[in-house]
Design a protein around this ligand. Structure first.
Ligand SMILES: NC(=O)c1ccc[n+]([C@@H]2O[C@H](COP(=O)([O-])OP(=O)(O)OC[C@H]3O[C@@H](n4cnc5c(N)ncnc54)[C@H](OP(=O)(O)O)[C@@H]3O)[C@@H](O)[C@H]2O)c1
Length: 327
C-alpha cells in the first residue's frame, strides 16, 4: 500500500515538511495499520519539525491521529479490522494517510466519541488530566494561573479546572482570545502582551498569589510566573511555545517562598499502557458528562499542513486544531 506522508529531511521552518509517497508494508507482529480520518495538531509537532526536540532523520512527525484499523499483524490481541481508534502518544508519524503503529499505543473509541473529536481532544485532554489531577491535584480551595488560556490545551484546561472547583486566571495574547476564554468559563483573563501579568495576578489575588502556575509558554513567562506564586506554590513548566525556559537556580525557589518547580511530560505520566488507558478513560468520562468539550477552533485539510504550522506559530489559532485527511 502507498501512503502520502510528511517527511522531514532537514529540521527547520514549516516549508521543510515535504509530502512523499511511502510504501506501507503489512503490519508486523503486534502492529495495526490505521487509515486516518482526522489528525490532531499539537505544538510538539512544531518542536519535532524545527529540531527543538531532535528526531532521528529522516523523520515522520505528528503524535495524534484517529481513524479505522484496516489491517492487523500477527498476535494483535486488542484490535481488529474495522475498529475505530485514536492515539496521542506517537510514535511520530500521524501526518500521513495510512500508517503502521503498535496496537498498544491505540485507544479504541467508545461509540459516543467520533474520530474528529478524538483527534482534537486526546493528546490535550490527557495532558490536562495529568496536570490537574496528578501533577498538582486541584480542589476548590486553589487558585490557578494558566498561560495561553485560549489555546488548545488552555481551553480544555479551563473547563477541567472549573470542574474541580478551582478559580482560574488565564493569560491571552489579544482581546478576541480573552473573550473566547471568558465565554469558556475562565474567571479572569489578563492580556499579557499589554499588561504586567505579575501585577495583575497580585491585584486579583489581593497580594496572596496563586497556588499553581501552569506555564506552556516557557521563555517569555517562566521567571515572571515564579513571582505569581503564593508560598509553597508550584510552577509547572509544561511547554515552550515562546522557546525554552531559562535555567532556574534552586536558591531562587527558596527566596521566593519555598516553591516547587517541575517540568512534566505526557510521555512520562502515561508511559505505562495502563496509565494511558486510565487517563483516556477519564477524558472520555469528562466528555460524556459534558464537563469538557474538544473546543475545536478550526478544521483544516491535512494537505495544507505547512500553512497550519505557520498559523499556530504566529499565534493565530484558538482552541484545538484538527486536520481532515484529504489524501
Ligand atoms: N508537557 C506536556 O505533556 C505537554 C503536552 C501537550 C502540550 N504541551 C504544551 O502546551 C502548550 C500548548 O500547546 P497547544 O498545542 O495547545 O498550543 P496552543 O496553546 O494552541 O498554541 C500556543 C499558544 O501559545 C501562546 N504563545 C505565547 N508566546 C508565543 C510565541 N512566542 N509563539 C507562539 N505562541 C506563543 C499563543 O497564545 P497567545 O496568543 O494567547 O499568547 C499561542 O496561541 C505548548 O507549549 C505545548 O508544547 C505540553
Amino acid at each position: 500500500m502507498k501512503s502520502k506522508t510528511i517527511i522531514i529531511r532537514n529540521p527547520g521552518p514549516a516549508e521543510n515538511m515535504k509530502w512523499e509517497n511511502l510504501n506501507i508494508d503489512s503490519p508486523s507482529q503486534g502492529f495495526v495499520t490505521v487509515k486516518h480520518s482526522y489528525v490532531g495538531l499539537n505544538y510538539i509537532d512544531t518542536y519535532h519539525r524545527s529540531g527543538l526536540y531532535p528526531l532521528p532523520l529522516p523523520a515522520t512527525i505528528g503524535m495524534e491521529g484517529a481513524g479505522e484499523v484496516i489491517d492487523t499483524g500477527e498476535e494483535t490481541k486488542l484490535l481488529k479490522k474495522g475498529d475505530k481508534v485514536v492515539y496521542a502518544l506517537g510514535p511520530p508519524g500521524s501526518y500521513s494517510d495510512i500508517r503502521n503503529i503498535p496496537e498498544s499505543k491505540c485507544i479504541k473509541l467508545p461509540d459516543y466519541v467520533d474520530d474528529k473529536t478524538a483527534a482534537a481532544l486526546m493528546l490535550k485532554g490527557m495532558t490536562v488530566e495529568y496536570l490537574a489531577e496528578r501533577t498538582f491535584p486541584l480542589n476548590n480551595k486553589h487558585t490557578v494561573l494558566f498561560h495561553a488560556i485560549a489555546g488548545g490545551v488552555g481551553q480544555i484546561a479551563t473547563q477541567w479546572i472549573k470542574n474541580k472547583g478551582a478559580k482560574i486566571i488565564g493569560t491571552a495574547g489579544n482581546r478576541e482570545k480573552a473573550e473566547i476564554a471568558k465565554n469558556n468559563g475562565c474567571d479572569e483573563v489578563i492580556l499579557y502582551n499589554d499588561t504586567n501579568f505579575v501585577d495583575a495576578v497580585m491585584d486579583i489575588t489581593n497580594g496572596e498569589g496563586v497556588n499553581v502556575v501552569y506555564d506552556g509558554v516557557g521563555k517569555a513567562t517562566a521567571l515572571k510566573s515564579l513571582d505569581c506564586l503564593a508560598p509553597l506554590g508550584m510552577l509547572v513548566i509544561f511547554g515552550n511555545s515562546s522557546g525554552n525556559a531559562p535555567p532556574i537556580d534552586p536558591s531562587l525557589l527558596a527566596s521566593k517562598g519555598s516553591l516547587f518547580l517541575t517540568r512534566p511530560t505526557l510521555m512520562t505520566y502515561n508511559s505505562k499502557a495502563s496509565d494511558m488507558h486510565k487517563s483516556a478513560k477519564r477524558v472520555f468520562e469528562m466528555l460524556k458528562s459534558n464537563s469538557i468539550s474538544a473546543n475545536i477552533g478550526n478544521e483544516y485539510l491535512l494537505s495544507d499542513i505547512v500553512n497550519v504550522h505557520k498559523a499556530l506559530e504566529n499565534r493565530e489559532t484558538k482552541g484545538s486544531i484538527v486536520l481532515k485527511n484529504d489524501h
